[in-house]
Design a protein around this ligand. Sequence first.
Ligand SMILES: [Fe+2]
Ligand SMILES: [Fe+2]
Length: 437
Amino acid sequence: MKETNRRTFLKGVATLSAIGAVKCGSAMMKSEQAAYDKYNALKIPRPEGLLDGEPVLQTPAPDSMGVAFAVTALANGFAEVADNPEMKNATRFMAEGLPLADIDDRVLCVRMTGLKPGTKYWYRTGAAKLEHPVGYWTKPSEIVWHAIHSFTTAGENAPSHFGMMCDTHAQFEQMARITKKYRELGVPLMVWNGDIPNSLTNAREDFVKHYLVPPHNEGYAADTPIVLNRGNHDFRGTAANRLGEVMMPRLPTERSMRDIALDRNFAFRMGEVALIGLDTGEDKPDHHPANGGFSRFTPYRVAQTAWLKDQFKRPEIANAPYVVAFVHIPLVELWPGANPGTTLEDYATWQKECADMWGPILTANKVQLVLAGHTHRYRYDAATDTRSWAEIIGGGRGAKTFQTLIEGKVEGGELVIRVHNTDAGTIVGEHRFKPRA
Ligand SMILES: [Fe+2]
Ligand SMILES: [Fe+2]
């Protein structure tokens, strides 16, 4: 390319990015002029139907918030966030990725960063359909937006209030009673404590259905961020290790290089309560033939043990009046001889490996409560002389069980845990915890 033509070309590109249209210089080569003409000739109609379902807030942190949503055609995604409902001076984010922002024909994930802890924000998400009128030259449509929603970031000044649901197992009508309840109660953050699917996850679209467009649950996480903590069923199927394409992992800046693989563990404050997420993994040992020789849950649990110890060195965790740990498989032996998850027979009722590794750390740090799932039956086990923490198991899907929403809130100088039976619309348990000494 001659130097003069090259300059004109570059000027054209700058104009393209600035106003979304191109005015070509007369010095442009004929072939390039033809390309620009073709590019400009394409008029993309407003892409009605591009957005599929509502945004799903996820992976909350004191200074960031993830959001994902489904689309029906190749698009790029945006989130705008502001400290006021009119969206004045909103900051716009694109789907993650450098040097290329992510584009996709089904799932768009955007992370809003640089946020203040414990602060209410308003946001909206949107997408622009992408066409390629000339080779790889990409032309976006206008952006279509979801409605404006809001969230509050985590942090020591956030509300001392959270919820937990578990073992929903793709029973979407039953799940809708939970998601309706926590929205009625104004719970600012929900931990989804494992066993989200009911069968194998063999395609990303399965994740889309479970998380982004679950039937009967439209908007379930548009104003309530979801913290995902996996259960044994979440590791099954050939797409299981592609979960991060739909439910975002935590930012690498939240952990050390040693712990870089632990992209789902979490430890942050919601007001006076520190929430800690630990992943118990599969309900069978690594040498079980079901795992095909490629599962590594024991080293995964060991890695989390080192991570867990270090969390209590962080002042905001060490000084928290209340600490609640989340696991999917219980850490308490539910009855003498209950399956500990280390044998080839059946499957774990409780997770002995995790209990042995993590239990003493939780006790040494005076953690008051472990919230678990997996057995599908609400159960309370009090703390003992040798164990600082009580364990509460949430109810899940099943003919003889009921689904629970476990709500935690600091009231009158105590952490009050209310166990809602969302099938019956009743409260079936209330447990109170004093602040840590
Ligand atoms: Fe389950
Ligand atoms: Fe389970």
